[in-house]
Design a protein around this ligand. Structure first.
Ligand code: AHG
Ligand code: MN
Ligand code: MN
Length: 316
């Protein structure tokens, strides 16, 4: 569910919408800089080299040239914004200090290109951004001051929240982001589910939860890209995404700092929930850059049901 931006507001561009959110100018500047950087990422995705970079990231995953290029585009933009203290990227092994601690600065954690392995089969991918006040990048997700993603799909869209509603902007022919959906809100329960990971590796609680979803007629919608899969759940307002604990990966696959915290911030501000199966994702204390957590994220009643099924498993 969402309130379609009325005709007059359709032309509202990102900067003016941000100014209506009563946030400080440095944060407005930072989000606009990220929006600008996304245009260079789009160009790289559309025309760039699909090959491997010959390096690997902190997770031992082979980096594609696009991962490295997108990371460089965003990092340079953040450094030159003048309002960023620390930077953490899914593609970097360490936290990068852009400038020393000072008033009015922010720290940014980002996944420069999520789903990059899908580019060569022309599926949708995205950039995920998490923003904190000050220089501590290891704060709980609930302390984010902003989160956003850019979805490079048939259309390019940006979804952001600074804690005052969740809003979607769509890129027009002039590569400007204009308001397309305002105050997006989710239903309590849904009818689609995006189950990540191999089903044969699911624990009993997750297996029973997915069977419950299928039993109530929920349809499987999974692209393998976190950003489009979450965007579908959010825009339809009726679904759940899960990348659960697996028998051989009890912490699942997705990264707390770069993927889960920003998406959990957006989904919660749209009336949904995000849990690691026990506690809200936004309350998990990040321990390290490559901190992973299982995730159940989407309609609040569906997430609660998942937690109940997992608790039942824990009791047996
Ligand atoms: P990334 O490309 O940044 O490494 O992220 C890929 C993630 C995420 O996009 C998606 O939800 C998940 O990997 C898919 O994993 P599986 O291929 O195991 O389904
Ligand atoms: Mn990712
Ligand atoms: Mn990535």
């Amino acid at each position: 569910m969402y309130r379609e931006a009325g005709k007059t507001r359709f032309q509202l561009d990102l900067r003016r919408h941000l100014r209506s959110q009563s946030i400080c100018d440095n944060l407005i500047h930072l989000i606009c800089e990220i929006a600008e950087a996304s245009k260079y990422v789009i160009n790289a995705v559309r025309t760039g080299d699909l090959g491997v970079a010959g390096t690997s990231n902190l997770y031992g995953e082979e980096q594609l040239a696009l991962d490295v290029l997108s990371d460089r585009i965003l990092r340079k933009r953040l450094i030159h914004s003048g309002v960023v203290c620390n930077i953490a990227s899914e593609e970097m092994d360490v936290v990068y200090q852009a400038q020393a601690e000072g008033p009015g600065l922010y720290s940014v954690a980002y996944d420069p290109l999520d789903g990059s392995s899908l580019v060569d089969v022309n599926l949708s991918i995205g950039t995920i951004i998490s923003i904190y006040k000050g220089c501590d990048i290891f704060q709980e997700g609930r302390k984010q001051v902003a989160a956003l993603y850019i979805l490079y799909g048939p259309r390019v869209s940006m979804v952001y929240s600074v804690g005052n509603g969740v809003h979607e902007f769509t890129m027009n022919s002039l590569m400007e982001y204009t308001l397309s959906r305002e105050n997006i809100f989710m239903e309590p329960a849904g009818d689609i589910h995006a189950p990540g990971g191999l089903r044969k590796k699911y624990t009993r609680g997750t297996e029973n939860f997915v069977s419950y979803l299928e039993g109530k007629g929920s349809k499987l919608r999974y692209s393998g890209g976190f950003v489009p899969d979450i965007n579908q759940v959010l825009m339809k307002g009726k679904g759940i995404f899960l990348y659960p604990a697996l028998k051989d990966a009890p912490k699942g696959k997705l990264r707390l700092l770069f993927e889960l915290n920003p998406m959990a911030f957006l989904i919660e501000h749209a009336g949904g929930s995000a849990s690691n199966g026990k506690i809200p994702i936004l309350d998990v204390k990040p321990e390290c850059l490559d901190h992973r957590e299982p995730v159940y994220i989407g309609c609040s009643e569906d997430v609660q049901k998942a937690v109940e099924f997992l608790a039942l498993e824990a009791d047996t």
